[in-house]
Design a protein around this ligand. Structure first.
Ligand SMILES: [Zn+2]
Length: 133
């Protein structure tokens, strides 16, 4: 039974009781009507919170699934099946898997379209980083 069905039923009871001209009973029924409306509002609020929690759980489950397949390469993340490169900063701080894009220019480098971090050398997991630090 929905909230509006319940409120409608209580309104019918209020009308029936009013016809009996029993004032104390009528007042109690009106109080009951107010309580039903209040509880209905709480129920709607709880349904919203449940929906938000379910969305958050789905986001966390997706982040966990992605975390299990990510591998660290040279200044980038890659999936275990070789998809990438993805921005390390965006994943580590926002759990957002953002593909690094190749930037045109004299010097070839990649950039994160989200956080704008330039990445001058990337490599898949296991590749040797020949840079000197
Ligand atoms: Zn980024």
């Amino acid at each position: 039974m929905g909230v509006s069905d319940t409120i409608g039923m209580v309104k019918e009871v209020v009308e029936l009781v009013r016809k009996y001209n029993d004032l104390p009973l009528y007042q109690k029924i009106v109080e009951l009507q107010g309580a039903v409306v209040e509880l209905s509002g709480e129920r709607i609020g709880l349904a919203d919170k449940l929906q938000q929690a379910e969305r958050r759980i789905a986001q966390l489950e997706e982040a966990l699934r992605v975390t299990k397949v990510l591998r660290v390469g040279i200044d980038s993340y890659w999936t275990e099946d070789g998809d990438g490169p993805f921005c390390i900063g965006c994943w580590d701080t926002k759990r957002s898997l953002v593909r690094l894009v190749r930037s045109p220019g004299v010097m070839v480098f990649h950039t994160c379209p989200s956080c704008k971090t330039p990445v001058h050398k990337i490599g898949k997991p296991g590749e040797k980083d020949s840079r000197r630090f």
